[in-house]
Design a protein. Structure first.
Length: 70
């Protein structure tokens, strides 16, 4: 599930770039924790999102942890 949520966020990122590549405002991304029923959103500027993904990090809402496969 976290991989699917990561893909959703990549598509949000791609759309944001098409709208305004120089945008410095926050965009809403989905929490990538993978918990059933999680509907949290995380507002980040595109630059911060890019930095997180370059570090191979998961985008998590405050207090959320990445769900481990069972």
């Amino acid at each position: 599930m976290p991989q699917l949520l990561g893909e959703v966020n990549r598509r949000i990122r791609d759309l944001a770039t098409k709208v305004d590549p120089q945008d410095i405002s926050s965009w809403e991304f989905v929490c990538e924790c993978g918990e059933n029923g999680c509907t949290e959103r995380v507002g980040l500027p595109l630059e911060e999102y890019d930095q997180l993904k370059l570090a191979d990090g998961a985008l998590l809402a405050p207090g959320h942890a990445l769900k481990r496969p069972t």
